[in-house]
Design a protein around this ligand. Structure first.
Ligand code: UGA
Length: 460
């Protein structure tokens, strides 16, 4: 019942009224939220999701904690659990933690009846289907009555957060990997209810599993490539947005995913590349591993570099300075903060003693608190912990800007495009700075106001 399972099954139920879909999860609280009468309390915010849930919930889409019961009556089971990076043991920091996938496979093996098609939806390392197969097969073999059998398919999800419903309703492609043609056709027929058959790609299991990882690695690589060029633009007087448009006009390159920014965040890019690096090393390909590792190195560097520029522009000292952070989610139109550049940049600034006023249209104070407290990512660079800054959350921009020394735009929320800088600038302590890492503000609007503007990827 997470970010992939919830929206995907909602769209499936909407497009296929002849299917009964049961979304099951061990997390009672989450299921309660999905079942909540007030649809604004769904555990996930995605434009368009609420309307679909209103249409299909209780009709052919059901949310339940009764995992065994619904596995036992299912013809097809989708595994959409998370596969985070391992934090200890073999492959720690790189390999995916497959404990939930394995637990699911065991539960399906135990509770399924008749023939069940098991579909991997989670992003998983290549050859995970092998593990699932072994677990399921061992049950098949020990089932004396011969009433239990399984087919395994890989059907990775390519939806992006914030546009999940549109991505699901109008996918670029549907990928189905498998060994058994009949099961692949069953799944394909479901998608054919709304997706053109020419967009449905059928491959072997391993190509499908690997393609998901590689699609994310290529997307992240584009972001790191343009971010590395943003630094060069700042030195040379070129403008990174102009460079992006110029190179993106080449149809071989394409214009998407060329926006420079504070680095990619989200739950998948970093995790998937780390996983790819692990796989390459595991298979004795250190050169390939190192090539992809650099995508993450540039991403980390971009966040550090931005933080250092802010410190430098504010006379090398942030102690007792007030800085407004505009945006905490990893991108606009989502309340997800996983791996958000705002977390890292806020921490750097706090380490320097700043007082941060954090604003976000969708993220709440509790989430910010969890993220800034979470020590998992924290690498203190200062010896003197006493110089730590403080932070507060604010929904009121006018109050937030009162005597602020600087503001940093970190998320590309459309709301920030509408800010009246003239009014806010008046409230700030002078000299005041605006750091725009997402190309939100127009230079000519800011020019006459008197605020110092630093724009990522330009010499402004
Ligand atoms: C990504 C992929 O785009 C999906 O296809 C994939 O299914 C998903 O991961 C997944 O594996 O679950 P998502 O993480 O939701 O989706 O977000 P993206 O829209 O891809 O953005 C990722 C990060 O890159 C964001 O922080 C965004 O701000 C940044 N980005 C993106 C840029 O800095 N510049 C760009 O031009 C594009």
């Amino acid at each position: 019942a997470g970010y992939v399972g919830g929206p995907t099954m909602a769209v499936l139920a909407d497009k296929c009224p002849f299917l009964n879909i049961y979304v099951v999860d061990l997390n009672q609280e989450k299921i309660k939220q999905w079942n909540s009468k007030d649809t604004s309390e769904l555990p996930i915010f995605e434009p368009g999701l609420e309307q679909i849930i209103k249409r299909v919930r209780g009709k052919n889409l059901f949310f339940s904690i009764n995992v065994d019961k619904y596995i036992s009556i299912a013809d097809m089971v989708f595994l959409s659990v998370n596969t985070p990076t391992k934090t200890k043991g073999v492959g720690s920091g790189q390999a995916s933690d497959l404990r939930w996938i394995e637990a699911c496979a065991r539960q399906v093996a135990k509770s399924a009846k008749g023939h069940t098609i098991v579909v991997e939806k989670s992003t998983i390392p290549v050859k995970t289907a092998e593990t699932i197969k072994i677990i399921l097969k061992s049950t098949e073999d020990s089932d004396d009555s011969n009433l239990k059998s399984f087919s395994i398919l890989s059907n990775p999800e390519f939806l992006a957060e914030g546009t999940a419903i549109n991505d699901l309703e109008n996918p670029d492609r549907i990928l189905i990997g498998g060994e058994d043609e009949e099961s692949m056709n069953h799944l394909s027929k479901i998608y054919e209810q709304w997706v053109a058959p020419t967009k449905i790609i059928k491959t072997n299991l391993w190509s499908s599993e690997l393609s998901k990882l590689i699609a994310n690695a290529f997307l992240a690589q584009r972001v790191s490539s343009i971010n590395s060029i943003s630094a060069l633009c700042e030195k040379t007087g070129a403008d990174v947005n102009q460079v992006s448009s110029a190179i993106g006009a080449d149809s071989r390159i394409g214009s998407k995913f060329l926006m420079a920014g504070p680095g990619f965040g989200g739950s998948c890019f970093k995790k998937d590349i780390l996983n790819l690096v692990y796989l390459c090393n595991y298979f004795g390909l250190p050169e390939v591993a190192n090539y992809w590792k650099n995508v993450i190195t540039i991403n980390d560097w971009q966040q550090k570099r931005l933080s250092e520029i802010i410190v430098e522009k504010l006379f090398g000292n942030l102690t007792d300075k007030k800085i407004v952070i505009l945006g905490f989610s990893f991108k606009a139109k989502t309340n997800d903060t996983r791996e958000s550049p705002s977390i890292y940049i806020s921490r750097y600034l706090l380490e320097e003693g700043a007082h941060l006023i954090i604003n976000d249209p969708k993220v709440n104070q509790k989430q910010v608190d969890n993220d800034l407290k979470d020590d998992q990512f924290f690498v203190p660079t200062l010896n003197n912990k006493n110089s730590f800054g403080t932070w507060e959350f604010s929904n009121n921009l006018e109050a937030a800007f009162e005597k602020a020394d600087a503001a940093v735009i970190l998320t590309d929320w459309p709301e920030y495009k509408k800010i009246n800088w003239k009014i806010l600038f008046k409230k700030m302590r002078k000299p005041a700075w605006l750091f725009d890492t997402r190309s939100i503000v127009e230079e000519k609007v800011i020019k006459d106001i008197g605020i110092n503007l630093w724009k990522l990827g330009s010499n402004c």
